[in-house]
Every structure is written in C-alpha cells, then in structure tokens.
Design a protein around this ligand. Structure first.
Ligand code: ZN
Ligand code: ZN
Length: 362
C-alpha cells in the first residue's frame, strides 16, 4: 500500500486548513497513513515531512510495518506529552492542527500550557475525509476480508447442528475465519435464534440453534487491516408464512437499495429506497436503524446510509446495505451485503446466496 501517497494527499490539505502541521492522535488514522497497526502512537504530518511518536515497545514493529518513516521513540520515563512538545518545538510549528474528534481535553490543555506560543487549531475529518474513498489496495484488502468471512460461513453452514448454542456457533465462525487468514473479527459476531433476532445487536447466549425456526447471523472478518460485515438468515425449522413475507420484504428492499447505489446519489436517498419499500409493506415502524455504513479499517465508518445523511456517493466508497424488520417477541430479519461504488454504478463484494430457499439448512 502506498502510505506515502496518502500522507502527501493529507499534506496538500494542510494549507487549506490553515495549519503548518497536523498532529494525528486517532490510532486508526495513524494506521491509515503509515501502515502501523499498534496503538499508543501519534503521527505529526508537516508540510515537509512526518514523524511517528511512539515508545520502545513498538520500535521493531514500526521498522517492519512502516520502514523509512521518521521515528521519535521516547525513552522510558518520558511522557507522550513531552515527546509531542519536543517534536513540535523542533519543527518550529506556529499553527498546529489537532484532531478535534480524538484529542482529549486533558491533553489539549497540557499542550496549550507547555506550548503557549503555538496556536492549536481543532480540525475534523481531515484524515477521515481521505479514508472515505478507498484506493485499489484497500479494495483488494476488503475483498480478502469478505472472502475470509464467506469461506468461514460456508464451513459453518455445512456443519450446523440444532443442539449448538448461539455462543458456540459464533465461536466456531470466528475460529473458521481465523483459519482462512483473518486476524480477528470485525466486531463481536451476532448469532440470534428466533425472538432474540428482534434485538439488532443481540449477544450470542445459551439458546440452542434448533430452539426456533430461524437464526440471524451477523459477522465479519478483519483481514489484519480491513473489515467485512455480512448478515444472513438461516432457517433450521420450517419456513413459516410470516417469515416468508418478512424475508421477501427485506430482500426486495435490499435489492432495490443496492440497485440505487451509484456515484452522485445522496446517501439518504439510498436509505429511503429501502425505507419507503418497507413502510409500504406495512413495517415502517419496524425498521429502526440506518440502512448501512461505510466499511474500511473500522467496521463502522463514513459514509452512513441514513435518514438526512447528505453525503454524495463517489467511486471508491464502500458501504453496507442492511435493511431489517424486527418484531418484538417474534424475531427479526436482516440481510446485509458490502457494496463498492464504482465509476458506472456499483459492485457487490459479497456473494453468499440469499434467495429464500437458500436460507434452509439441514
Ligand atoms: Zn453486520
Ligand atoms: Zn453492518
């Protein structure tokens, strides 16, 4: 991945933001700009270069993950604050951009006290704005994260037994995608049987898979940097008329929303395609979350496909499309796929079959 190019793109925005440098304190942003996957490290991006501020635990890892980047490794006993002060002073920075969404008030006050002559300028979304548009390498990594999640699901599906608990299924799924090379789960997997599926963020418990007719599984793999995120329904019992009606409604809403994804469209308009379809089917009050979210280094990032979100979709954005209908006491249905905005429209990165008949196992 071309981290240098990303830093150069950020550098070009410094002037416009009216700052001499940006102190990147959000660890995910540090990763995006350097490839370094550890934490407790900051990055100072100046107009003429950059410095990673870290500590000796990470010296080796930094050398491996971002060779060639200037390092400031503070010795034991020297606090991060002191390191920041030294580096900013040495670079003769007059206006220092800080990440308003990440820096704590405590650190801000301390820096202001130690560097009274430096003007601290809160900024927002300077790096996140770049992260919105995925480059080729990032899309490749996202494809890999999708592949790992899908391979794992295929194994799980073929070995699913009714006596397994939600927790066991979640653990097996996560073990499987690790075997396919994932580093971690994108987020704690959701495996929710029957009525539990009415909770959009159910935690896997001791309910057995065969206890009800269906189960909702929401999972994703982190390939080491990038995250995938899918949801599928599996039917372990009978497809009831109610399940069929709700499933078909959600699937049609999702299909229409995905078809609406293309450059130039507003995020809330895509959300509305699914939302209005579900409302017309009589379940408007039962779809109470946004249609989707951006995917990347984090499993939830910009842009959000949600009511009132004015983001204009652009090629390179990657979003989930995940409508759902939740009926307390009965359960819920959600279907989620990962979609790349392309120059001409979109490409669905995920491919686990999802016709009604594909949900049936056993
Ligand atoms: Zn999900
Ligand atoms: Zn999601």
């Amino acid at each position: 991945m071309d981290f240098q190019a990303r830093r150069d793109r950020l550098r070009k925005t410094l002037k416009k933001a009216g700052v001499d440098a940006l102190l990147v304190t959000d660890f995910t942003n540090v990763t995006y700009l350097t490839g370094f996957t550890g934490d407790d490290s900051y990055l100072l991006v100046r107009r003429d270069g950059e410095t990673v501020l870290s500590d000796p635990r990470y010296t080796t890892q930094l050398g491996e993950e971002c060779p060639g980047v200037d390092l400031n490794i503070r010795p034991p006993g020297v606090a991060m604050l002191q390191a920041v002060v030294r580096v900013v002073r040495a670079a003769k920075i007059g206006r220092l951009g800080i990440e308003g969404d990440s820096m704590t008030v405590g650190l801000l006050n301390q820096i202001a006290e130690k560097l009274p002559k430096v003007e601290l300028v809160p900024t927002s979304d300077m790096v996140e704005g770049l992260r919105l548009i995925k480059d080729k390498d990032e899309v490749e990594r996202l494809r890999r994260a999708v592949w790992q999640a899908e391979k794992a699901f295929a194994v799980l599906r073929s070995t699913l037994r009714p006596e397994k608990t939600e927790k066991e299924v979640a653990d097996e799924l996560e073990y499987q995608f690790r075997l396919f090379g994932a580093k971690d789960a994108s987020f704690p997997s959701i495996v929710a049987v029957g009525p539990r599926a009415a909770l959009p963020h159910a935690t896997p418990g001791q309910n057995r898979i065969g206890e009800d007719d269906f189960v909702l599984i929401d999972w994703g793999a982190n390939d080491g940097l990038y995250c995938s995120d899918l949801t599928r329904m599996l039917v372990t019992g009978k497809i009831s008329p109610k399940f069929e009606r709700i499933y078909k409604t959600v699937l049609e809403a999702q299909t229409r929303a995905i078809a609406a994804v293309r450059p130039g469209v507003l995020a809330h308009d895509v959300d509305n395609v699914a939302r209005s379809y579900i409302a017309k089917a009589g379940f408007g009050k039962r779809f109470r979350h946004g249609l989707g979210h951006g995917l990347g280094l984090l499993v939830h990032e910009s842009p959000r496909l949600a009511v009132k979100n004015q983001t204009i979709l652009k090629p390179g954005m990657v979003v989930t499309v995940e409508p759902g209908i939740y009926l307390p006491g009965w359960g819920g249905v959600r279907i989620e796929d990962d979609v790349l905005v392309t120059r001409t429209g979109h490409e669905v990165l995920t491919s686990v079959p999802k016709r009604l008949e594909d949900t049936v196992v056993g």
